[in-house]
Design a binder for this molecule. Structure first.
Ligand SMILES: C[S@@+](CC[C@H](N)C(=O)[O-])C[C@H]1O[C@@H](n2cnc3c(N)ncnc32)[C@H](O)[C@@H]1O
Length: 88
């Protein structure tokens, strides 16, 4: 698979751990609005979900708390971020 998106943590950020912390903060700060949008879009507990560009997994974690009966498939192109998510 080749990268075609605009986000590449290795090119955009010299301090990758700081960027991962920023993603954690962003996921937390924006979550209430995300929940409203997801509810409005028809999200229900038990649905099968795919999360595109799941990164280190902070949104995945919040989604699992919101819809614990759902199965979430994560798609992530970056090996390092995928490993972070698996560890997390
Ligand atoms: C801005 S980050 C957001 C990460 C995560 N959703 C979060 O909120 O913490 C965008 C993510 O999309 C991933 N990504 C970019 N292009 C992709 C592609 N073509 N397929 C899968 N993942 C991709 C990046 O590696 C990165 O982890």
């Amino acid at each position: 698979m080749t990268r075609s998106g605009s986000y590449d943590i290795h090119k955009l950020h010299r301090d990758e751990s700081a960027e991962i912390q920023r993603l954690a903060a962003q996921a937390r700060l924006g979550w209430e609005k995300e929940v409203r949008t997801l509810s409005w879009s028809g999200l229900e507990n038990g649905m099968s979900l795919i999360e595109l560009g799941s990164g280190p997994g902070f949104v995945t974690e919040a989604l699992l708390a919101l819809v614990p009966k759902s199965q979430i498939t994560c798609l992530e192109i970056d090996t390092m971020l995928l490993q972070k998510a698996e560890q997390y």
